[in-house]
Design a protein around this ligand. Sequence first.
Ligand code: SD4
Length: 318
Amino acid sequence: MKRRDFIKVASAGVIAPSTVFIEPSLKHNKNNPIILSTWSFGLPANEAAKNILDKGGNAMDAAEEGARLTEADVTNSSVGIGGLPDEDGFVTLDSCVMDHTGNCGSVAFLQDILHPVSVARKIMEETKHVMLVGKGAKKFALSKGFKEKELLTSKSKKEWQQWQKERREMTPHETHDTISIIVQDKNGDIAGACTTSGWAYKMHGRVGDSPLIGAGLFVDNEVGAAAATGLGEEVIKTNGSFLVVELMRQGYDPKEACEEALKRVIKKHNGNPDFQIGYVAMRKDGKVGSAALKWTFDYALLKKNKNKLFTINGMLTK
Ligand code: SD4
């Protein structure tokens, strides 16, 4: 729309210009590192991230370290090693990072590498690209010294073999634990990371929301950051994390912004989606919020040196 037309529409009351072009005027939060992550695995991830901050690392260093801890956890069946494979038995990983300058890196459909989040960061810092996928991503990782590793554990293999007999449709709600982590460091800078092995028994080649900037994660250091977990296809369709951040820019509080983003999903599914999405959001002034569609959702928040798990009811939970 040309500026002239925009003013016409706005003055007719269709769009309020102040909400569209609002300047961020939120207070910066200087002295108080805050770490926010998805699910109960977020608790140890937050601790790992905090250790990095304590050693002088910045928000990006801390978010990467938190995500790495979860990636290396063999008991987590939807991140990194131990993640459930796709329908053909391959563990394929999606991950992204975004820093306070708005720079970002991403990797999708990566196999045999333990730490996709670190590959994503290397793509951000050492290439002119944002995203590498599949064989190209692996070739890049190996060239940067990452080692090849078998990620399909015997437990995950057994579960996959059992699933092959039934071929039952799984939802990310059944196999969740994807970690999204947002960190605000002592300078008030915000960065985030998101990493997953995705939807268990997905089609070979499927990529979810987690490596897609704006879907699984979005950071705008002037406003705040948001990140997602749950059914990636539906997060992608609504560009969820970007939407949450833009809503915060327009004055929504972090929880309201997460809820508004989810309302659009609910509407598209006639009021009754049969899957889960959870958002976490952090505003520049340090306020955090979260919302989920259904059942319950856990997020971990480390603030003022206290690391605590919060369980919220989904918006549609009776
Ligand atoms: C995906 N969003 O690949 C991920 C899965 C997930 O909790 O977050 N599960 O769709």
